[in-house]
Design a protein around this ligand. Sequence first.
Ligand code: XIL
Length: 494
Amino acid sequence: MRTTPEQLTRHGWGRRTAALAATAGLVLTMLVALANPAQAASTLGASAAEKGRYFGTAIAAGRMSDSTYIGIANREFNMITAENEMKWDATEPSQNSFSYGRGDQIANWARSNGKQVRGHALLWHAQMPGWAQNLSGTALRNAAINHVTKVATYYRGKIHSWDVVNEAFADDGRGSRRDSSLQRTGNDWIEAAFRAARAADPGAKLCYNDYNTDGINAKSTGVYNMVRDFKSRGVPIDCVGFQAHLGTSMPGDFQANLQRFADLGVDVQITELDIQQGGNQANMYAAVTNACLAIARCNGITVWGVRDSDSWRTGANPLLFDASGNKKAAYTSVLNALNAGGGNGGGGNGSIDTGAWYVLVNRNSGKALDVYNLSTADGARITQWSRNDGAQQQWQFVSSGDGYYRLKSRLSGKVLDVTSRSTADGAALIQWPDANSANQQFSIQTIDSYVQLISRNSGKAVEVQGASTADGGNIVQYSDWNGANQQWQLVRVG
Ligand code: XIL
């Protein structure tokens, strides 16, 4: 699906940001709440966005015609997960024959209402189609990797984060892998899935997702050790999802557990939150919200359904709205926590953290902004290259004030520069020592969840020349026409 320029919405974040940075001298930007702290947001999504995060829900395609349900979903949430419609049994009902109708129904509704989409889930031992349940060994491994590749390719560019692998650890008190047909294909099945997902959709954050991992325990430590190993060996993993299907009490080390994962260099997300109704429900919802707000790399929270009557946990009444769609005490407690929260950092939507390192993935090609051939020389060309997260693909936003930023290369310490202060279409982007000059400054315009970089000197957009999709495609400036080759997804990697 291609979006025409007319359908795109644009917001000039630059000026608001400038006022903020100028008055507060803050390195962290685009937090509207800080600009006007008196104005509390009135929905979960808007309030979370003010803290640089998202607030999401799971949606069931079969309920979308219920106007109360879809009305609440549209009003309150800005991240959407398909409750069942993107699982293996739904998307590949017979081998190598794919079915995206119900997944698309949810994803298209979300995107056309300005919401982002979490993909759930590429591989899981449950809700596998019958044909896959009958496979084992190499045949299953090949089918699983094919599934990851096909589904992630189909949704490429449309998914904020994918649960690449769901629930692969056991509840045995020892932190072992779960015994499943997928696990029996070889212990490396998880990393093979992550590599295939990265190749298929380089712009999506890739998450490992599980339950009973919400505190520090043997199972979460098993996951922790896997993530640490993946990071040390360069296996592409960006985030860990904590389902957080909670009873009437929660682990006292909930926040500390999220923090230890964040300290490994991955984002963390609460992905399927629901909390058993009981005396403590509202307080526990606030505690989970506060834990996420306290961790800069916590991108956001998703609750697993809209009203209690929509929940998979029949009778637990574990959600934020009652069966009639009224806000519960738990709702108010979450909204108050979001509105009061300090918003430490913010790893999600709508914020640029000037302390972070980002890979910029082109919307058209899926390739990353890259200093060609690992050069550290003045004048080296900037090209696109397959994403590998190397230092030559990592950029830090350095504020110049007035809503403009330089982009500093992690490899060279030099900044993105329009060659010779050119104002012409097609002028090359190079790296050059930081002089904070106008041809090194860019404003940031958002389109969907992508950004455009507009040169302060020329007013032109940074693009992949000729909409090339090849490794080595040149990065140039060109008149802003909202092209997909002029849009970049910011993926935080450090
Ligand atoms: C649940 C859905 O909510 C139900 O509708 C379905 O019958 C079973 O799956 N962990 C997960 C989710 O990762 O996909 C599960 O969703 C709940 C547990």
